[in-house]
Design a binder for this molecule. Structure first.
Ligand code: NI
Length: 186
């Protein structure tokens, strides 16, 4: 297991749809372990494989003192919505009111290839939606109102992390996020 650098917005891996996992092998279990360790160290409430540069449909979470992981997820969402601030480990220090469904039922597989269903409301539901979006190459600022998205883009363009990455031409990354949702990014 090892802690991996977290990719920042601007890295193309974050806007590229991830591939379905086909082999439920040792390598996949190492990926789940790396994601979990990296999320706990950040610390974050969730982390998706593209955020550490791996284009596979895998994510992990740490919500309400429970760790989880899900592979090849599909989501069923309530029509009832929730309000709340959201952040992301790939957007250091950014947080915006982001509309999400109140309840989510996620179906997928665990790292051994066994089918599992995860049902959550509030923060867990938000997390399942945020992480599944990552697997589709969608980032949370895509979910904001037009006005907030403009503000977010302005904040990003003015941020140190974004400018440092742009000027060095390097892939932006960090090991510790300054913060985000309830003190923890997704
Ligand atoms: Ni995120």
């Amino acid at each position: 297991m090892s802690i991996q650098p977290i990719r920042f917005f601007g890295d193309p891996v974050l806007t590229t749809p991830a591939l379905q996992v086909v082999d439920f092998d040792k390598e996949l279990r190492t990926l789940v372990a790396d994601l979990t360790e990296t999320m706990l160290e950040a610390p974050g409430a969730g982390l998706a494989a593209p955020q550490i540069g791996v284009g596979l449909r895998v994510f992990v979470w740490d919500v309400d003192d429970a760790l989880g992981h899900l592979i090849n997820p599909t989501l069923d969402l309530s029509s009832e919505m929730q309000e709340g601030e959201e952040g992301c480990l790939s957007f250091p220090a950014l947080s915006y009111e982001t509309p999400r469904a109140f309840r989510a039922v996620a179906k997928g597989f665990n790292m051994y290839g066994e089918p599992i269903t995860v049902e959550g409301t509030e923060l867990l539901a938000r997390c399942l939606q945020h992480e599944t979006d990552h697997l589709d190459g969608i980032v949370f600022i895509d979910r904001l109102s037009k006005e907030d998205r403009k503000l977010a883009m302005k904040e990003i363009r003015e941020s140190e992390w974004f400018n440092a990455a742009q000027s060095s031409g390097e892939t932006p990354s960090i090991k510790v996020s300054p913060h985000d949702i309830f003190g923890r990014g997704l």
